[in-house]
Design a protein around this ligand. Structure first.
Ligand SMILES: [Zn+2]
Ligand SMILES: [Zn+2]
Length: 91
């Protein structure tokens, strides 16, 4: 599937635009809701809900599939080297 991309730095806003096609104007509330949802998603692929706690930064920021692919926390403001992981479970 072709994703709509905006040029720019690898910021949260750019990542957000990379995964959400911005084709029609939406309300501020809509964007805020989308951003809230994206914060609970894997910050690497945005395809699955984040379910791995990374140590030492303690961000729950990646999914099981992406864990073998990352060496650093995918949160753009964090980027700490991953020293340990713990799978978490939502009830
Ligand atoms: Zn992922
Ligand atoms: Zn982190």
């Amino acid at each position: 599937m072709e994703m709509y991309k905006l040029p720019g730095n690898d910021t949260d806003a750019t990542r957000f635009n990379n995964v959400v096609a911005v084709l029609v104007p939406r309300s501020k509330e809509w964007y805020e809701r989308q951003i809230q949802t994206l914060r609970t998603m894997c910050q690497y692929c945005y395809k699955a809900r984040a379910s791995i706690l990374l140590l030492p930064c303690a961000h729950v920021s990646c999914c099981k599939d992406c864990l073998p692919l990352i060496r650093r926390c995918p949160v753009s403001t964090c980027n700490k080297i991953v020293r340990g992981t713990k799978e978490i479970f939502f009830v």
